[in-house]
Ligand binder design. Sequence first.
Ligand SMILES: Nc1ncnc2c1ncn2[C@@H]1O[C@H](COP(=O)(O)OP(=O)(O)OP(=O)(O)O)[C@@H](O)[C@H]1O
Length: 954
Amino acid sequence: MVDINKYLESQLALAKQRCETKNRKDDGVSEKSRSAAELIGKKQSKKLGKHSPDPVSKTNNRENTSASTDKDSDDEYLPSEEGGDDEIINSLPSSSHTKPNVKRIVDDGDINSYNERIEAWKKNLAAVKAGNYTGENMTADIKYMLEGNKEPEALHELQNGLCVPNYIWKQLYKFQRVGVKWLWELHQVDSGGLLGDEMGLGKTIQIIAFLAGLSKTDSGKWNGLGPSIIVAPATVIYQWVSHFHFWCPHLRVAVLHHTGSHVGNHNKLIRDLHASHGILLITYAGVVKYTKDLTERKWHYVILDEGHKIRNPDTQVSKLVKKFQTPHKILITGSPMQNSLQELWSLFDFMRPGLLGTYNAFMDHFATPITQGGYANATEYQEATALEIAKALKQLITPYMLRRTKAEVQEHINLPDKNEQVLFCAITQEQRDLYMGYLMSNTVRSILDKESRYGDPIRARILVALSTLRKICNHPDLYLYEAHEECEEIDADRFGNYRRSGKMLVVNSLLKIWHKQGHRALIFSQSRGMLCLLEQYLQMQGFKYLRMDGTVNVGQRQNMIKTFNENPEYTVFLATTRVGGLGVNLTGADRVIIYDPDWNPATDDQAKERAWRIGQMKNVTVYRLLSAGTIEEKIYQRQIFKHFLSNKILIDPNQKNVLTTSTLQGLFVLEEPNCDGDTETASLFKHTKINVDNNSKTNDKDVTASQKRIEAMKRMAKEISKKIAKDTSVSKEDETEKDPREEYKRKRELLLNPPKMEVPEINIVNDQVTNVGFDSVLSEIDIVNMHTKQDYEENLIRNVLNSQENVDGDEKSNCEENDLNHKSEGEISDSEEINKEEPKKEMKPERDKIDNKINIVKVTKKSRKRRHSRESEVTVENLVAIKKVKKKKSKKEKEQKNDDDYVLSKLFAKANVKNALQHDVVVGLAEKEKRYKIKEEAVKKAKDAVRAIRHSSK
Ligand SMILES: Nc1ncnc2c1ncn2[C@@H]1O[C@H](COP(=O)(O)OP(=O)(O)OP(=O)(O)O)[C@@H](O)[C@H]1O
């Protein structure tokens, strides 16, 4: 007899199977995509089983070994602590014609070549004096003399005796002189410090000027400058050599690396250099390799360039650099804190050990309370405590950290403008097919399956899967190549074709327009594989380019950079973000493309700053490319989130392995644009969106960036005001009957103390993913804006609140917008006057960002009256108005706006760009500080915390 239960169960199983097969067939994914996904899934499983179970630990291990062989292209897409910028020996050669035939920079490792250099320099000095200098091997002192100055040997003496050569001192910017003085002050109290000026402000020059000063100051234990070590990423090692040779030719500077000029035993070089009080340049990997020989000697100065490389206190290199026995440790970085306060602790533990107590004490008494106070759902007490502790921390570190931003020193350096935009590029049909195919593969299913047979943690699988998705976003062949390498012949004609990648289509349009406009570009990608495809594209299109990645010999990198900067025939410089994006000067380019985003925003920020720095003469435009709806959007949101929460939300070590399935599901989707045609991120940050009207091709010059920005700001203000309106139960009719003063008080109260919005707890997983719902970012920004009473957003909110009360319907408000946008110059200068009467210092930097376009003006009663009498249709009732300031723009500024607007309109029309956001505005909003009430208890807690860490370091 048939067991009915068993029969039913088997039928049920069959039905389920049929249903699954049917669903799979109906999902619109092609057979090719499905089989590629399965094949790749199998390969990845095999790889994961065979090697380390966790590719992140593999990535971190890279730092623990000396010379890395970074061959696995998967690694390039994974979050990483270390730049991995050392050269890759025996790897793929890049195509030969990209390598310029340039002379190498020779360091002073070989004593004979050092002596020859010194002799040549002295001859040149004599030749300048005699008037027959040929112009070869220019140095700063020669330049100084050629400018009509005499006695380059003369010294400028600082207080307490540091003697900096006059020819250097006079060529320093004012803020750089402050930097040198600060270094001298630290020196006198036997302390280390962190020079944290923004990228491109000349930290190298400040250090060299200071060391040159020490070398001319005959005092102290070493009778001037003692033997010193500078640790730097491989790519910038020779940049240091060339800067030293230019600014301070008398010092001996040797590179301890296999590309250096010394021959023989490394220990001999260390010994010789130590004896001659020279400067030893070495990579981070080199410190690990030669630790014993380096740390057994006493050094005068130990300087870490791009010192954020030791931000993880647990890595081997972080531990080793702390072994150097000298109080004079300087850390240089333009990104002192990238993710958390833990990083700050690690940096200070190197150059000022004990200042922040032990790690545990610091985490308990500083990091944790600040973290807690940073959560959006923190209590008032937690917020106040966080503020007080943050203040105490700032006070502790301020004497030992010097940081100036470009905005702060702009009046000295006069940098040209920078315009930075995020372009959301539509993926191609093929990419969509592959993306969906992979999302539906067993690999992704097993990750999302709560009861996965692979068990927990599944972090390694997640990271591999995410990097696979990123490959598809970059180009289908980066993904297909892996699947097809064994079983199919590659179609050489089709391979890497730019038309098969949405972002490459955009690159194609950008490069062609820029070529016509005479711009030169830097293109950064995370992966060497992608660089190969871009290189192939450049070759086919006939662009002259240079390419720099880990395969390029360290000794050649500086020359390659020099060639690009000096030879305008090269229109594109291709580089991996980790090799070409750190420390180098690429001011020959004025356009930058960040082809794919890094999990860590600081990596992308570093890359884009290669062009926008001292020495740049043209306006710079940066485009960050994101594949719309894909993992890349999530990465960008994560970047913004980090920017936003930088000082408040920190990594909680206990939550490192927390990855909720809901987070994962959010990552493994392909979002479709919403009904407005916006991508997810564009709708989150709507207010920063740049609208380019496709119909405006003929008159795109008329649609100025300033109008667009004003509209964007107004949209944002409206959105925020809607939120506020939702939270108040008072109807409009009721409002009009109320006493206007009461009404103003109520609104003000609402703005300053908005109703709490629930924001989920934040889990940050080791620089990779977070389970916070990103829609909460917007509400968080709103809260910040509402708290920030002196901010322009508040003014905007007020304006909109007021105008909404007084203007019925969109039509009328449109009239108002138009009206506000088309004020006459006379009225604008009125407003400016009023503005001058009530300067708001804190607003300045923010305002500067949007200054060319919008000015917010507090309108006094008197001026309001005047306005009413002149322009009766202006219905702004009280307090604020928005003005477009028709500030006279320089010709250059106008040209850039027109150029960029033109490029954008072309991209929207032709090249599959879905949305564009103004990156600065997104980050600017995100970086706004909350204002807290100071509470007595919080102050006490902060004092206790300081006492606790002092006690801990004893
Ligand atoms: N006083 C100066 N006179 C002439 N050139 C200068 C001066 N200061 C800086 N520069 C130039 O500015 C550029 C940037 O300097 P530098 O590389 O030292 O910046 P940085 O702050 O170390 O940047 P990063 O953080 O990106 O490494 C270099 O080309 C340098 O030569």
